[in-house]
Write a protein that binds this ligand. Structure first.
Ligand SMILES: C[S@@+](CC[C@H](N)C(=O)[O-])C[C@H]1O[C@@H](n2cnc3c(N)ncnc32)[C@H](O)[C@@H]1O
Length: 255
């Protein structure tokens, strides 16, 4: 591991807004002390709680926390070096309504209790075109979210990927879920100027915009007690791929 990463990990271990549990402990049944008590024991309020899953540098967690001081936000990612940026910024800004959890999204149940979460943001997840089960809007993940999300909680998806946008819309149709907002080209839509939350720009979002790829947005309601089914359709594959580490670092987009 690079010196820079080690330094970031050491700094994060001292931060009061970053939480993690060793995977081994989770597998042995250990649970985060704050599970079920985030509002009471960490945020010290009873405000709604939103998660950003796959938060990367945490632009949405920090940006939403600034915009909505009457709500609480937690960014989740497996990559600590990226999360360091958001956690450091949140501390520098004195944000008491933002926190970060370093874990795999598959382990949400170790950190959050049933109905503890009000809303979820998925910001530019990998479309996982070949591996349906790894897509963050697939039925397995949605079921995982329903274990911690209140009934009829909101899911927000911001993506560059036409593949993931189409897949998620088909899944919504198949399961008769209610869509609150659907925008195929966010930056050309008038809603963009009206909603400050949609104007928060992530690191990956900047990459896609620089390549003239349109940004898509979906917001839908996830009810608790319905059986979720996968759509059975062929979806056109995206023609482009995310830049690798080398190219990202040349363009100054790397974590
Ligand atoms: C394409 S990046 C997007 C990062 C950020 N949201 C942005 O827009 O710049 C996807 C992020 O999701 C994280 N991620 C992917 N699968 C994950 C999982 N199962 N658990 C936790 N994080 C995950 C990756 O580590 C990565 O930071």
């Amino acid at each position: 591991m690079s010196k820079n990463k080690l330094k970031k990990f050491a700094e994060m271990a001292q931060m009061n807004n970053v939480f993690e549990l060793p995977l081994q402990s989770i597998l042995q049944g250990e649970r985060c002390d704050l599970k079920g008590f985030w509002r009471k024991n960490f945020f010290k309020n009873s405000n709604p709680l939103t998660l950003e899953l796959g938060c990367g540098r945490g632009e949405y967690t920090v940006g939403l926390a600034k915009l909505f001081p009457e709500k609480n936000f937690i960014g989740i990612d497996i990559k600590g070096a990226r999360m360091w940026s958001g956690a450091t910024q949140a501390n520098a800004l004195g944000l008491t309504n933002a926190a970060f959890v370093r874990t795999d999204i598959g382990n949400l149940g170790a950190f959050f209790a049933e109905n503890e979460i009000d809303e979820i943001w998925l910001t530019f997840p990998d479309p996982q075109m070949k591996k349906r089960k790894k897509r963050l809007t697939s039925t397995g993940f949605l079921q995982n979210y329903r274990n911690i999300l209140k009934d009829n909680g909101l899911i927000n998806l911001k993506t560059d990927s036409n593949f993931l946008f189409t897949y998620t819309k088909e899944l919504i149709d198949k399961n008769s879920l209610v869509v609150k907002t659907e925008i195929a080209d966010l930056y050309s839509d008038e809603i963009f100027t009206q909603r400050a939350d949609l104007q928060i720009k992530t690191c990956y979002e900047s990459q896609w915009l620089a390549r003239n790829i349109s940004i898509k947005y979906l917001q839908f309601i996830l009810p608790k007690n319905t059986e979720l089914q996968e759509p059975e359709i062929e979806i056109e594959i995206d023609e482009y791929r995310s830049y690798g580490r080398q190219k990202r670092s040349e363009l100054n987009f790397s974590a």
